[in-house]
Design a protein around this ligand. Structure first.
Ligand code: ZN
Length: 226
């Protein structure tokens, strides 16, 4: 039977990478919340037009618009199953989504939570380095397995010795903090949403230690998935 899964983890936890692996395992659709907005706005749907009004003003799209939009997109993957990434972000959204899923006849099978200390998550975002010669040469100052090497007192690509640079987005501490403030909020934010599912029963909640390597995190998740 098709599986329906929610994926949680702070920015920098490798949630996207793990989500892609889980998607492969079940052959389900990997649905990212940003893509839902883009799809509805591009398609000119009624909900999309309403959402755009808020986005154009720089305001948050209210849940009354977001939830039906998410449900409509998930409904298209009803037969195949889905992994939803980046939604819900708050406790209120979690409650509303849970209720709406039941009404729409969709079961939530798993909730995957990648647990990672906030400081480490920020380090992971900021530690990524880009090789000037090849995008596929991963370098990261926080991971021993892919640590850049030192040459003439400078860090260079561990694969080819090429020059390294950073992505401006990855060094924007204000933007990182803003996202993490929402994620780590256990009263009303995303961690409160995770706790809601832990208490609600129903879906099996899988919490894994995100401080491990990518392979170890995958193994820990796979062990819990049927
Ligand atoms: Zn390189």
């Amino acid at each position: 039977m098709a599986k329906n899964i929610l994926a949680f983890g702070p920015n920098g936890s490798g949630k996207g990478t793990q989500g892609a692996i889980v998607k492969e395992k079940y052959g389900i659709d990997h649905i990212e919340s940003g893509a839902i907005f883009r799809e509805h706005i591009k398609g000119g749907t009624e909900l999309g037009m309403k959402a755009k009004e808020f986005i154009d003003k720089g305001d948050l799209v209210p849940d009354e618009i977001t939830i039906p939009m998410v449900l409509e997109t998930l409904g298209k993957s009803k037969e195949k199953g889905w992994l939803l990434d980046g939604f819900p972000r708050s406790k209120a959204q979690a409650e509303a989504l849970d209720k709406s899923l039941t009404e729409a006849g969709m079961n939530l099978d798993y909730v995957i939570e990648i647990v990672l200390d906030r400081g480490i998550a920020a380090e992971r975002i900021m530690g990524r380095r880009l090789c000037a010669n090849d995008n596929n040469h991963p370098n990261h100052i926080a991971f021993d397995a892919i640590k850049p090497v030192e040459k003439d007192g400078k860090l260079v690509c561990r694969v080819c010795g090429g020059e390294l640079s950073v992505r401006a987005d990855d060094q924007d501490t204000d933007a990182i903090n803003k996202r993490h403030d929402i994620y780590y909020d256990t009263d009303t934010g995303t961690m409160a949403a995770v706790n809601y599912f832990k208490n609600a029963g129903g879906a099996k909640v899988i919490s894994v230690d995100g401080s491990l390597g990518i392979k170890e995190v995958t193994e820990a998740i796979m062990k819990e998935l049927a």
